[in-house]
Write a protein that binds this ligand. Structure first.
Ligand code: 0RQ
Length: 501
């Protein structure tokens, strides 16, 4: 049976290339999709072909693309390959697009994920011409049942002049009831408090709304989400996960956390996923999560009964786990709620609920400034994503990384971070496989001692201590955060010149 049961909208069913013809050179296009889930699968490819045809005729064709977060090769990948992305926001993780950004061909606005919807509403990014949104079904009354993510889809549907809908029957029809789409968005000075006191509390509607007058095309698809595999947790990830779990026990013993902890947030990546898997084997019970992405590790926690409630905006599962979830979706109903990303990442909700935030990092410096995004100060990997939304507003925040990268040629603990996403004022707890540095309530120099001693790899520890000692000696009136300015980034220069820090 067709997933499009609204007579007004079913009259607009067409092909992907016909739908893509509604998008023009220079348009701002808002597409659904968050961490490889719930992104349109057909229209982006057709649009990439149009761009290539135009370029072959010597004509310009490029768009500005807004999404929820990262998407997939069938969206970011094909459009970047076709040279069709002039500007992109707010997050990406696609290798082809990354090259296009780092070569200067695509402008990238790397934005806190809670900011993107409101900044679009404020008009900071200009008018949105077209929305392309994937859903699981269109109901007889025209309401839309979202699929594996919500992200910014609601905002793009509200703001865009024209709307293209993709209806993907790979998503189980039983997704109906898994979503909470907040329709209370108001702009300052009209804003009201967010009445959200519990991770599974509903404050919105189960459906997305769309003005049928704006819908110019509907395309039917049946393709799976991206579903990247995770690396099996290695010794280093397991060691980091153990440090985090031991620390949580320590906090319970000191009456700073309840027995069932506080709502968990876990970032993207292999390490964050390994920490969640590790909690599945711990003694903790009745856990909850208020996060943005549900990875395999979090489903493991639900399956073992340890995690009773998860609020997020999206899934990001391996292919195996996604197939399993789709088959058993009914058993997760009432335990998972997918919200718009302005709510999943809302500073007000994060601070009120008192989250435990665990995110990956690229490097940290000896004072606790954290780089989540750039290699050697210049080349972006993914983006800040939700890490800033969560870290700054959480009850406890952890940043985790192996102490070395590239077979030991790079130390993740450096004298000065080559790019800073989270400042020393935000960072609470750093974790590497070597150990954990609890920085709460410490001055910069006390932090440096702890980070060097607990987190740095033994191959780099003495050199970091030596840098700190000489910086303190050289700055008799600068002993609050001592640095040797000429040497502060010399480790990165060493790597660029000699392939070794
Ligand atoms: O590169 O794959 O080429 O070997 O960075 O590193 O150790 O596999 O770690 O998968 O957990 O990702 C920060 C990128 C960590 C991620 C980051 C190289 C390393 C490897 C990946 P290779 P690992 P992870 C909410 C939270 C920002 C967004 C965020 C991230 C690759 O966690 O994107 O937190 N975070 N969102 O070799 C040079 C260093 C390096 C380095 C690692 N110091 N120098 N390269 N690498 N350290 C969710 C969302 O926002 C959607």
């Amino acid at each position: 049976m067709s997933r499009i049961t609204c007579p007004v909208l079913s009259s607009k069913i067409t092909s992907a290339s016909e739908a893509a013809s509604h998008i023009h050179d220079g348009d701002r296009v808002g597409m659904s999709g968050f961490t490889g889930a719930g992104y349109p699968k057909a229209v982006p490819g057709a649009l990439a072909e149009r761009a290539q045809d135009s370029h072959q005729r010597g004509e310009e064709f490029g768009i500005e693309l807004w999404t929820g977060a990262s998407t997939a090769p069938e969206l970011d990948g094909v459009l970047a390959e076709a040279g069709a992305l002039r500007k992109r926001l707010p997050f990406q993780s696609d290798p082809t697009l990354r090259r296009s950004i780092n070569s200067g061909s695509t402008e990238y606005i790397d934005t806190h994920l809670s900011h993107s919807a409101q900044q679009a509403w404020f008009g900071f990014y200009g008018n949105l011409d077209v929305a392309v949104v994937e859903v699981a079904a269109v109901l007889p009354n025209g309401l839309l049942v979202p699929g594996s993510s919500v992200g910014n889809a609601k905002t793009w549907l509200d703001l865009a002049d024209k709307v293209i809908i993709e209806v993907n029957d790979w998503h189980p029809r039983a997704y109906e009831g898994f979503h909470d789409v907040y329709y209370g968005t108001r702009l300052p000075p009209e804003r009201r408090p967010l009445q959200l006191l519990d991770p599974l509390q509903r404050i919105g509607d189960p459906y997305l709304r769309v003005d049928p007058e704006k819908v110019v095309a509907i395309v039917e698809t049946e393709a799976p989400d991206r579903n990247l595999p995770f690396k099996d947790a290695d010794e280093s990830s397991k060691a980091m996960a153990d440090h985090v779990v031991d620390f949580l026990r320590h906090e319970i013993d000191h009456d700073r956390l309840p027995e069932n902890l506080l709502p968990l947030q876990s970032g993207v990546g292999n390490v964050a996923n390994a920490v969640m898997s590790n909690l599945a084997h711990s003694e903790f019970e009745n856990l909850t999560a208020y996060t943005e992405v549900i990875q395999d590790g979090m489903l493991d926690l639900i399956d073992t009964g340890k995690l009773t409630a998860v609020s997020a905006t999206s899934f990001s599962l391996s292919a195996e786990r996604a197939a399993d979830f789709n088959e058993n979706i009914e058993s997760y109903k009432g335990r998972i709620l997918l919200r718009t990303q302005e709510i999943s990442n809302h500073p007000e909700a994060i601070r009120r609920l008192g989250l435990i935030a665990i995110n990956g990092m690229v490097e940290a410096d000896i004072y606790g400034n954290v780089n989540s995004t750039h290699v050697m100060g210049s080349s972006i990997i993914n983006g800040i994503g939700g890490s800033g939304d969560f870290a700054r507003n959480a009850y406890l925040n952890f940043f985790v990384s192996p102490s070395v990268a590239k077979d030991g040629a790079i130390s993740s603990i450096v004298p000065f971070a080559s790019h800073i996403d989270h400042t020393e004022h935000d960072t609470q707890i750093l974790v590497t496989e070597q150990g954990l540095a609890d920085l709460r309530g410490l001055s910069p120099t006390a932090r440096a001692k702890k980070i060097i001693h607990s987190c740095a790899h033994p191959d780099y520890r003495d050199r970091l201590q030596d840098y700190f000692d000489r910086a303190a000696a050289a700055n008799p009136n600068g002993r609050h955060t001592p640095h040797l300015l000429r040497e502060a980034l010399s480790w990165h220069e060493n790597f660029q010149d000699n392939g070794q820090m």
